[in-house]
Design a protein around this ligand. Structure first.
Ligand code: FAD
Ligand code: DHB
Length: 390
């Protein structure tokens, strides 16, 4: 089989790029190792920046998002017994974020791919890129007993942090920057009315907590837990008790609890691989970079990669102009590092670090005092949270 662009990974990054390229008449295939049900069962992002929402519309996938998603003009930060609001709208020049689950967005992208007859292979085993540094790369995968070969012009590695793409680049051609945080997030999804119409990020001596939502009947809550904790260690009751302890009393009193419909622990990591291109393979999304989820940047960083790649490939195929392709890694990384900085800052601001010095605790408190006394500081937070321009 021959296609112009072979995309490894059917998460949001791979699906979005495939859909955008298809609309421009560029032929793609997506090779996804899992079943569609499995991909759609993973509960992840909930907050989309406006740039991502715009890309969904451009990909002709924004209709349900615009109908069912919620526009949020602000969020709250609970700290030291206070509850302060960050006014995103006011401090970002009228921007906002969209609350719409990654599960729903992925479902919309799959449906759009089906509608246009896009090639999406699920349960593609042993996906392996070959001859990436040559002018004739190809990818093989196994379907049952059959080994299938896909020849292509370009390979896109959109297969997440644990995927095969980044690992197929020779080690001396890629540099990795990493920080692993000494805690994770335990997340619970419950069919209950959210405790607050806007998100609440809470810094507490017992650890961080986040009250988020997917809709007015579906809540998503997180608490910081040690890396040694297992999901089985946490009954629903224990989770709700701990969450209440970390929220301001007036919020805890309003919390409606219920059975969890999903419960999982995500480790927190900052990671960047440079460059994001090797020969004819381009890395995009979590395959190239990871942020701790605190600033809601992960999926939103993937969006700018896809935007740059999409335009670069269209310019290549339609105008014979390779400047976008040649500049992709540098351009993408410039924005990625800003998202890394912001996510690291939000994580440091809001979490309890096990071995922190009393001096650092004082600085953390001073960050809040400064933030909520300075319009400039709130403007900086708001412009990063709604998303820096692509
Ligand atoms: P993935 O979603 O990881 O998709 C990669 C795909 O590749 C997967 O489907 C996988 O099965 C497939 N794959 C892997 N290996 C192979 C292989 N060898 N062959 C073929 N296929 C393969 N981001 C935000 O912007 N806002 C948020 O609010 C937010 N909240 C988050 C909360 C949590 C708890 C977590 C864990 C993450 C959150 N994120 C958030 C981050 C966001 O979910 C990720 O950045 C996003 O999923 C990245 O998309 P992707 O398509 O690049 O990678
Ligand atoms: C969610 C996740 C985040 O990382 C975040 O900053 C906000 C919301 C969520 O899953 O709803």
């Amino acid at each position: 089989m021959k296609v112009q662009v072979c995309i490894i990974g059917g998460g949001p990054s791979g699906l979005m790029l495939s859909q955008l390229l298809h609309l421009q008449g560029i032929d793609t295939i997506i090779l996804e190792k899992s079943s569609r049900d499995y991909v759609l069962s993973r509960i992840r992002a909930g907050v989309l920046e406006h740039g991502f929402a715009k890309l969904m519309r451009e990909a002709q996938c924004g209709e349900r998002m615009d109908r069912e998603g919620e526009i949020h003009h602000g969020f709250y930060i609970a700290h030291n017994g206070k509850l302060d609001r960050v006014d995103l709208h006011k401090y970002s020049g009228g921007n906002s974020v969209m609350v719409y689950g990654q599960t729903e967005l992925t479902r919309d992208l799959y449906e759009a791919r089906d509608r246009l007859g896009g090639k999406v292979v699920h349960n593609a085993h042993d996906v392996t890129p070959h001859d990436i540094a040559s002018d004739a790369p190809y990818v093989t995968y196994r379907s049952g007993d059959e080994l299938i070969r896909v020849d292509c012009d370009y390979i896109i590695g959109a297969d997440g942090f644990h995927g095969v793409s980044r690992k197929s680049i020779p080690q001396d051609k890629i540099k990795e920057y990493e920080r692993v945080y000494p805690f994770g997030w335990l997340g619970v999804l419950s069919r209950t009315k959210p405790v607050s119409p806007e998100l609440i990020y809470a810094k507490h001596e017992r650890g961080f907590a986040l009250c988020s939502l997917r809709s007015q009947v579906l809540s998503r809550y997180y608490i910081q837990v040690p890396l040694t904790d297992k999901v089985e260690d946490w009954s629903d009751d224990a989770f709700w008790e701990e969450l209440k302890l970390r929220l301001p009393a007036e919020i805890a009193a309003k919390l409606i609890t219920g059975p969890s419909i999903e419960k999982s622990i995500a480790p927190l990591r900052s990671f960047v691989a440079e460059p994001m291109r090797y020969g004819r393979m381009f890395l995009a999304g979590d395959a190239a970079h990871i942020v701790p989820p605190t600033g809601a940047r992960g999926l939103n960083s993937a969006a700018s990669d896809i935007y740059y790649l999409y335009h670069a490939l269209v310019d290549h195929y339609k105008k014979g102009d390779d400047r976008g392709i040649d500049g992709y890694s540098q351009r993408a990384l410039a924005r990625i590092w800003k998202a890394q900085r912001f996510s690291w800052w939000m994580t440091t601001l809001l979490h309890r670090f096990p071995d922190r010095l009393p001096y650092e605790d004082k600085l953390q408190d001073t960050e809040f005092a400064y933030l909520f006394s300075s319009e400039a500081a709130q403007r900086s937070l708001a412009e990063n949270y709604v998303g820096l321009p692509f």
